[in-house]
Every structure is written in structure tokens, then in C-alpha cells.
Write a protein that binds this ligand. Structure first.
Ligand code: HEC
Length: 171
């Protein structure tokens, strides 16, 4: 058996701990470019997710609260326009988590963005139509139908988020 002297074992142990600590403490690179396009769009996407996700939870699991849903949707609609001007061909530096084509295939990226905004417009139409039909004391059947219509429009938006992430975002 290959028995190591205790001091060597301890040394190896310390080296392993140091390596772990180092990787855990490695700071995220900061966006130091003027206007911080990368950090700004990441912040906007996070804000967008904070409005988008609760709508999905309500549609899938309930309880459905029309006023809360509409509040999330309004804020989401506003945010949906915002990240795009921060994507330019010189914005693929760390801390960006993007695939290289995000900065070389701007036309393809633009098409994904248009598909997304089209689906968002579809959700907007559904929200106008369906939330209007939900009187506070609406029938259970009306609510079930409204939720199904909203969920279909919501899922289309979700798919366009995923389509773009698959092609342009680095996991
Ligand atoms: C047209 C493309 C596109 C669409 C549409 C899109 N995203 Fe993204 N998203 C990206 C890219 C690219 C990144 C990586 C940005 C970076 O790190 O610079 C990203 C990053 C994110 C992040 C991580 C932000 C961070 O802190 O690193 C979240 C969260 C996110 N998107 C949510 C969403 C949601 C939710 C939707 C739909 C409602 C959506 N995105 C639609 C391209 C898109």
C-alpha cells in the first residue's frame, strides 16, 4: 500500500481546498465598457423573467388573479422592448453569456427578436380580450376558457424566448 507521510497528505488537502476556494471566489468579470451594454441587458432580462414567470405559474397552477396577472403583463410588455438596443457587434465580451454568432449574425438575431415581439403582441391581444371577459364573479367555465386562451398565447411567447436562447445564448 502506498502510504503517504501525514505532512504530504495535509499538503495535498490544503492544495485542494485552495483550488476550491479560488474557483469559488473567482469574481464575475465586470462590464467596464461605456454604457455597460452587457450588464444592462442582463439586468433587463432578469427583470423580464421576474414578470414573465409568475404569469406562467398562475396559468399552470392557479389561483388565477386577473388584476395581478395584468400588472405583471403591463410591466413585462414595457420590458419586452428594452434589451435589444444593447445587442451590437461589439458586445460579446465577458461577462456576456452568448454564443459568438450573437455578434456576427445580427440579421438572424433580429429575426428571433421580431418573432418574439410578434408573439408578445399576440399575448397582448389575448390579454385585452380574455381579461375583459373575466368579471369578478365570472363563471368557472368562462375562467377556464380564458385561462386556456391566455396559456396558449403565453406558451407561444415562451417558445420564442427558447428559440432565441438555443441559438444565441451560452448555457
Ligand atoms: C432575440 C433573442 C432573445 C429573446 C427573444 C429572449 N432572450 Fe433572453 N437572452 C438572450 C441572450 C443572447 C442572452 C444572454 C445575454 C448576455 O449574457 O449578454 C439572454 C439572457 C437571458 C437571461 C439571463 C440574464 C443574466 O443575468 O445573465 C434571462 C433570465 C433571460 N434571457 C430571459 C428571457 C425571457 C424570460 C425571455 C422571453 C420572455 C427571453 N429571455 C427572450 C436572448 C434572447
Amino acid at each position: 500500500m502506498n502510504r503517504q507521510p501525514p505532512s504530504r497528505v495535509l499538503g495535498m488537502f490544503c492544495a485542494a481546498v485552495a483550488a476550491l476556494l479560488l474557483s469559488a471566489c473567482q469574481p464575475e468579470p465586470q462590464d467596464t465598457k461605456p454604457g455597460q451594454p452587457v450588464a444592462t441587458r442582463q439586468k433587463l432580462f432578469k427583470a423580464m423573467l421576474r414578470e414573465f414567470e409568475p404569469m406562467g405559474v398562475m396559468l399552470r397552477e392557479g389561483p388565477f388573479d386577473a388584476a395581478r396577472f395584468e400588472g405583471h403583463f403591463r410591466r413585462f410588455l414595457d420590458l419586452a422592448e428594452k434589451p435589444w438596443p444593447y445587442f451590437r457587434e461589439d458586445t460579446c465580451y465577458p461577462p456576456a453569456k452568448v454564443k459568438p454568432q450573437t455578434c456576427t449574425d445580427l440579421a438572424g438575431f433580429e429575426r428571433r427578436k421580431e418573432a418574439f415581439l410578434g408573439a408578445v403582441a399576440g399575448l397582448n391581444t389575448a390579454v385585452q380580450k380574455e381579461l375583459g371577459t373575466l368579471a369578478p364573479q365570472g363563471s368557472a367555465r368562462a375562467e377556464t376558457q380564458a385561462r386556456a386562451a391566455l396559456k396558449a398565447a403565453y406558451d407561444r411567447v415562451y417558445d420564442t424566448c427558447q428559440d432565441c436562447h438555443r441559438d444565441y445564448r451560452k448555457k
